[in-house]
Design a binder for this molecule. Structure first.
Ligand SMILES: C[S@@+](CC[C@H](N)C(=O)[O-])C[C@H]1O[C@@H](n2cnc3c(N)ncnc32)[C@H](O)[C@@H]1O
Length: 532
């Protein structure tokens, strides 16, 4: 007799990821052997067996956690939640002497307090144990044996066991990190979005503690994402199959390979580079990534390649002026030093990114935790122009400067008036104002740098005096102001020079002898550092 429903062996699973990485995750899951992969918001559902569950936890570079749903029901209030959670046979799931934790997330539901939903779930589990055995299992929020996930969306509750435990971004290869490390999963996603597969040279010239180049090396050398990690929550589950787990790891570890390209990591901070070096040594990757202290403008690839970088965010108001210079500088260096390369920059604020002055050929929205970011691709060719390099882009037909046409000027002006309306500290409180920049630019251009600028034809000294009346006034205030402006301008130019005068020294392109990473795992890792 023909069956009306095909029986499918295995279990339903859910992999969570960051918004923007869902499609890549679906592709990765299929490659790992998952069936029925479907994209959901910030994740994928799929089917697989126990072996696949172990494999995805060990190998996925893009999943934050892998959930195994054990109960799905409608829920409208706390009492319903309590009753329905209590109907799950928790004594089949874990033992009295094991600790557990509950994490709840609510979306568009009648219940509106996630902490309370977690508490109700915990009570239902504890009460079930207590009523049957007279004893209760204990909660441990730091390092529980069993992680329980509650997800309520549109009044539908899914109770899952989290097979990963600590977020999978905690790869275990870092023993330290500097300021604002990027999440490892986001870094891996960025590398894959850039299409880099270890086939071209790779650069991270603002590497901080080295997350992006380390993820790149792991990808190029087929090192599993979980290679350095010791704990996964499924190891504490009833019926955990040690033999199957050992085999999963062995199969994956047998695919380790050498990489053929060069991976370069640099940062201006000695401290950051010290941390990167220690992380690399710890992970046995110190022979696979070339690391040095260097300013971005001194990096000049000779064989093309891919650059991915994560410049400082500059969230604080007083950093905005500095950030503007930094992003302008990035545009100059990309144009001057990186012709023939593909450059990718992740930044939190597209307005800020506009100071780069190059037109991105791709713009991808990604989330770094709660922060919305843009991941921008710049294809840099010989002769690529920054926005504003072409005089037509900056000057109206009459030859007058039309600053309202400059993206950076217009956007910042809008922002300034917006911020003024909202009573936010003004840009020029201790930071150079755009108006000052504009005057400086006029001054630079009048010094002859701009071929479109025309000196007024003033032959007679009287005319000249009249024309320059203001500048020749005897006012001390005016003089002081001008002196201050030119001092400020010098400071400003000095900071920009760091980007525009590239170091003439040729970068060393000699590829060092490659050494396979030691398959002997390092001792204790502290775990990853960034938030998931
Ligand atoms: C957001 S952090 C990068 C974090 C890094 N992705 C990680 O995961 O650790 C930005 C880095 O850019 C570096 N940086 C800022 N300006 C630089 C410049 N002009 N040249 C080189 N590095 C620079 C800082 O020292 C800092 O380490």
């Amino acid at each position: 007799m023909e069956s009306i429903k095909e029986f499918k062996k295995g279990m339903d699973l859910t992999a969570k990821t960051f918004a923007g990485l869902e499609e890549l995750l679906a592709k990765e899951l299929k490659e790992l052997g998952a069936d029925d992969v479907e994209i959901i918001k910030r994740g994928c559902t799929f089917r697989g067996d126990e072996a696949l569950l172990y494999k995805v936890n060990y190998l996925s570079r893009l999943a934050i956690r892998i959930l195994k749903p054990i109960g799905v029901f409608d829920v409208k209030n706390d009492d319903q939640l309590y009753d329905k959670v209590k109907r799950i046979n928790w004594m089949d799931v874990f033992k009295l002497n094991q600790t557990f934790s509950v994490d709840a997330n609510l979306f568009h539901s009648d219940m509106d307090h996630s902490h309370y939903a977690a508490l109700k779930t915990k009570d239902a589990i504890v009460d079930q144990f207590r009523e049957s055995t007279g004893k209760r299992p204990w909660v441990n929020v730091e390092t529980p044996h069993i992680y329980i996930d509650v997800h309520i969306s549109h009044n539908v509750c899914t109770i899952s066991l989290d097979s990963s435990g600590e977020s999978l971004h905690k790869r275990g290869y870092k023993i330290g990190s500097d300021k604002a490390p990027i999440n490892e999963i986001l870094a891996a996603g960025m590398i894959q979005l850039a299409g880099w597969k270890g086939d071209r040279d790779f650069y991270d010239p603002m590497c901080g503690s080295g997350t992006i180049p380390m993820e790149a090396a792991m990808l190029a050398m087929n090192i599993p994402a979980g290679y350095y990690r010791k704990e996964f929550a499924f190891m504490n589950w009833e019926g955990f199959n040690q033999e199957l787990w050992d085999k999963t790891k062995e199969d994956a570890d047998n695919n380790l390979t050498e990489h053929e390209c060069n991976i370069y990591a640099s940062d201006r901070s000695e401290k950051a580079i010290g941390i990167t070096k220690r992380n690399l040594k710890f992970a046995g990757l110190h022979k696979d990534i070339e690391v040095k202290v260097a300013f971005f403008d001194s990096i000049k690839p000779e064989n093309g390649g891919v650059l991915i970088m994560n410049p400082p965010y500059g969230i604080r108001m007083e950093e905005r002026g500095e950030m503007r210079d930094l992003y302008k500088g990035i545009g100059n260096v990309l144009k001057n030093n990186f012709a023939g390369c593909e450059a990718w920059v992740i930044c939190p604020d597209f307005d800020q990114a506009k100071f780069i002055g190059l037109r991105p050929s791709q713009k991808i929205t990604l989330y770094n935790g709660p922060i919305e970011t843009k991941f921008l691709k710049f294809e840099v060719y010989e002769g690529t122009k920054r926005y504003g390099d072409n005089p037509d882009e900056r000057f109206s037909k009459e030859g007058k400067k039309d600053f309202s046409k400059r993206d950076d000027f217009r956007d910042s002006k809008d922002r300034q008036s917006d911020e003024a309306k909202r009573g936010i500290k003004k840009w020029d409180d201790g930071v150079r104002s755009l108006e000052e920049d504009r005057l400086d630019l006029q001054k630079t251009e009048s010094d002859g740098e701009n071929e479109n600028y025309q000196e007024p034809n003033l032959k007679r000294s009287d005319d000249r005096k009249k024309y320059y009346k203001n500048d020749e006034s005897n006012s001390d205030d005016r003089r002081n102001l001008n002196t201050k402006r030119s001092q400020d301008f010098e400071k400003h130019m000095e900071s920009l020079r760091r980007f525009t005068n590239s170091d003439k020294k040729k970068s060393d392109t000699k590829k060092p002898a490659r050494k396979r990473i030691s398959t002997k795992k390092p001792p204790e890792a502290e775990g990853g550092d960034s938030k998931g």
